[in-house]
Design a protein around this ligand. Sequence first.
Ligand SMILES: [Cu+2]
Length: 176
Amino acid sequence: MHSSTKQASRRRFIRSSFSVLATAAFGYSHVATAAIQPESVTVWKTPTCGCCKDWVIHMRKEGFNVVANDVADTAPIRQKVGLPAKFGSCHTAQAGGYVIEGHVPASEVKRLMREKPAAIGLAVPGMPVGSPGMEMRGEMLGVRDAFDVVLVTADGSSRVYQSYAAKTATKSRFKS
Ligand SMILES: [Cu+2]
């Protein structure tokens, strides 16, 4: 009787020790995975779109795990993910349950993932010069048109999520 109680308590001890170890191991691996595993972004673009490729490069540099799909036309994708056409740009993406349309800076996508507002997602309509993936080269290096990242809501309306100011060319390379 006494010894069986002892055995049972020993078994309990072993079991609880294992469970502590397992929690520690799985807990650690979970934390490690969360820290290393980047947010996945799925992109749809046309194969000839150069600025789309450059946006994918921008997102990868910022730590996103990007899967890029080439399609003949991105309009049906936009329709499928529920983004009104008026917010359209050259490529459409999905990340963390949100739509990311056009040349949205990675920093805004990260902010969206943190804040998780009730919305369809973010869009930079059109293709503003100087937005990520739309950087100018040569004499136009550093030039940026003012543009807004908009948060598109389920009713199809939008509000400014972040404004980016215009920048003029950095002429330092062309000193006269
Ligand atoms: Cu573009």
